[in-house]
Ligand binder design. Structure first.
Ligand code: DGY
Length: 324
């Protein structure tokens, strides 16, 4: 009997077709598998799971997967998966690095431009019929050229953002667990800040590209926000809980910072009520990687990892296994 694969949401059809050529594939309905119990109930029937970042792949889910050989997350981030439990129950885990770097980096630049040049607010003004006269003082924003960008997390996406920002004339500073190699620093003309405090105090725009871990939970909190210049902009395309949303909403409402561009939220898909009404804040529904090309590439990488494991390939030959 052919092996069974569960894809928890509809994804790009070519990816589903690729897996269907080899296996019996079921595709969940949108949002159904955001529920832990639903996963626990259904997982015993499957050999492979292709979950979304919104699905809680907890120890209980993994323990219930008696036949489960691999979890191939449809994302580069894997904070939704209990890696220790996967190891304990001998289930391989894969993610999808690299293929979404350009899409996420471009989107981050888009948010930076949109917030600093007040695009959403300006469109609303126009559509509300308020554009009656060209205004020399209307919608004055800040140019990226000549501004300082503080990158927190200089991994693939952080570096992609820094490269683009440099091309736009920004000065690059960064904070990371360790310095990046000197060749890259030279290319980006980037300054390393050993403390987060120093980085945010110097940056016109601070952008987050670190994974969500115990150390990065609420990395951006009241104290850090209070150190930002009053026209500073915070961009988050990493994971929502890296930012204390209550503190951010407070800073935006009190205008102690200049604005924010947020693609991710602490309790997705819910939006903090005070962030909903915050001024100078652009909010998007976790779409930084949402280009057709990238979402197909993400799916294909996850599918390749599933095929590799189910066909018994050696772990070293299987793309993107975080742990075998
Ligand atoms: C990821 O892959 O982790 C992204 O957040 C998806 O856009």
């Amino acid at each position: 009997m052919s092996k069974r694969v569960l894809i928890t949401e509809p994804i790009i059809p070519s990816v589903i077709d690729k897996l269907k050529k080899r296996y019996q594939v079921d595709v969940g309905e949108r949002g159904t598998y955001n529920n832990e119990q639903k996963l626990i109930d259904d997982i015993p029937a499957y050999d492979a799971l292709l979950p979304m970042l919104s699905n809680p792949i907890t120890e209980k889910v993994i323990a219930a997967g008696a036949n489960l050989d691999i979890i191939a997350n449809h994302a580069v981030g894997y904070n939704n998966i209990d890696l220790e439990a996967a190891q304990k129950y001998d289930v391989a885990v894969a993610n999808t690095p690299d293929v979404l770097t350009d899409s996420c980096a471009e989107f981050t630049i888009g948010l930076m431009l949109a917030v600093s040049r007040r695009l959403v607010e300006a469109q609303k003004y126009l559509l509300d019929g308020k554009f009656n006269n060209w205004e020399p003082l209307g919608f004055l924003g800040k140019e990226l050229n000549g501004s300082t960008l503080g990158v927190i997390g200089m991994g693939r996406i952080g570096t992609g953002v820094a490269r683009r920002a440099k091309a736009l004339g920004m000065q690059i500073t960064y904070h990371n667990r360790s310095k990046v190699d000197s060749e890259l620093e030279k290319q980006l003309d980037a300054q390393y800040c050993s403390t987060l405090q120093e980085l945010v105090a110097e940056s016109d725009i601070t952008t987050l590209h670190c994974p969500l871990t115990e150390e990065t939970h609420h990395l951006i909190n009241e104290e850090i926000l209070s150190l930002m210049p009053e026209d500073a902009i915070l961009i988050n395309t990493s994971r929502g809980p890296v930012v204390d949303e209550e503190a951010l909403a407070h800073a935006l409402h009190n205008e102690t910072i200049g604005g924010a561009g947020l693609d991710v939220f602490e309790n997705e898909p819910d939006l903090h009520p005070k962030l909903k009404t915050a001024p100078n804040c652009i909010r998007t529904p976790h779409i930084a990687s949402a280009s057709h090309k990238t979402r197909e590439a993400i799916g294909m990488l996850a599918a390749d990892a599933i095929i590799g494991v189910l066909e018994g390939q050696p772990a070293s030959e299987i793309p993107n296994l975080i742990q075998p």
